[in-house]
Design a binder for this molecule. Sequence first.
Ligand SMILES: Nc1ncnc2c1ncn2[C@@H]1O[C@H](COP(=O)(O)OP(=O)(O)OP(=O)(O)O)[C@@H](O)[C@H]1O
Ligand SMILES: [Mg+2]
Length: 383
Amino acid sequence: MSQMKESSSIETAAGASPNRLGQRKTSLREPQDHKAESPAEPSEPMGHGEDALYVGIDLGTSRTSISASNGSRHTIFSCVGYCKDLIAEKRLGKQPLVGQEVLDNRLALDTVRPLKNGVIDTSEPRSMPAVQELLKHILSLCDPHPGKNIYAVIGAPARATVESQKAILQAVDPLVSSAMIVSEPFAVAYGLDVLAEALIVDIGAGTIDLCRMHGTMPDEADQVTLLTGGDAVDERLEQEILKRYPKAQVTRNMTRQIKEKYGFVSDPHQTCEITLTEKGRPKRVDVTDALRVACHSFVPPIVEAIYQLIGTFDPEFQARLRGNVILAGGGSRLSGLPLLVEKDLKELGGGSVIAVEEPTYAGSNGGLKLAMEMPARYWKALV
Ligand SMILES: Nc1ncnc2c1ncn2[C@@H]1O[C@H](COP(=O)(O)OP(=O)(O)OP(=O)(O)O)[C@@H](O)[C@H]1O
Ligand SMILES: [Mg+2]
C-alpha cells in the first residue's frame, strides 16, 4: 500500500528517552535527531504534497470514532463477534461482525471487547486480531483509495504504558502507512485549539483522562489517568437495581442504555420508572434512586483528580486553569455533570466548567488535526 512505514508515539515526558524496551520514542517538544535533520525538510506535514488520507482515531473501550481528511466520520461500538457455530455462520456469514451488529446478534456470537481500561487487553489472546478487525472496519467506512497512503493519529489514555502504546501500533501497522499515538485529552485540546491554560477531562467507559494544558506539550506531571469510567457506573447501576429489585432481569448492556437515557447528577424533576422483567413478566420499577447512587459514584474521583492537577500547578496560573475546565468523552453527556463539578470547584475559589459540543468526535477530530499538521520528523519509528 505504501512506501513509507513509520510509527511513533508522542512522549508526554520532557525530552526523548529510551523506554523500557530499549526503543526510543520521540517527543513533540523536540525530536531527538533534530540536529541530523536536513534543513530542506523543516516543518512540512507528513505526506506533504501527496494526495494522502489523514485520519484521527479515538480507539475507545466502549466506542471507536474516526475523523478523516476526506470529510467522513464514523463511530462504532468497540466489539467484534465471531459466529459460534455453522448455523450462525449460515445466517451471518463467515466474516467477524463489528459494532452494533454484534450487540444485535450477540446470542449467536462469541463477543470480544478487545479494549480494557482504554488499551488493548493483551491478557486475552483474541484481543489483537479483534482490534485489527475493528480498525480495518472503521477505516473501510472512510472509503480509502487503494493507492493512497493513510496517516493515522490514534488517541490512547494519558498515562498509557509504552507496552500498551506499542500494542496499538502493532495492531494498526498492517492497515496504514504511518501511525502516531497521542494522549487522548491532548488530542481533544489540540482539536479545540485550546493550547493555553485549560484542564481537559476525557470521561470514557474504561478510563477518565485528565490533562492540563499550559501552552506547550503537556508532560507526565500534567496528566492523570483514572482506571474508572462509564463501565463502572453501569456495573454499579446493575447492583443498585438488583439491591432494590432482586428478581429483576437486567444485563450490563441494559444498564448502560438506562444510564445514557435517564442518568443524572442533578436534582431530578421527576421519578424515572422503567419496565423490566421478572421471570419474563413485565414489571414497572422505579430506578431514580439507583441511578442517583450509581451516577454520583464516579464524580468524587474526577473532582479529586481536578484538585490534584490544579493544586500542583503554578499558583499564579491556577485561577486561569480553574476558569477553563472542559469535559469531553461520552461521560460528559451525563445530565448535570458540568454544573456539579463547577459547584465542587467553589472550594478552590470557583471556576468554569463546560462540556464539549461533540463528545463523540472531539478526540478523533483532534487526532485528524494533528495528523494533518505534525511535521514528518515527529513520526519517527517506535517499533
Ligand atoms: N448520555 C450519556 N450519559 C452518561 N453517560 C454516557 C452518555 N452517553 C454515553 N455515555 C457513556 O460514555 C462512555 C463512552 O464514552 P467514550 O466513547 O468517550 O468512551 P471510550 O472512548 O470508548 O472509553 P475510554 O476512553 O475509556 O477507552 C460509556 O460509558 C457510555 O455509556
Ligand atoms: Mg475515550
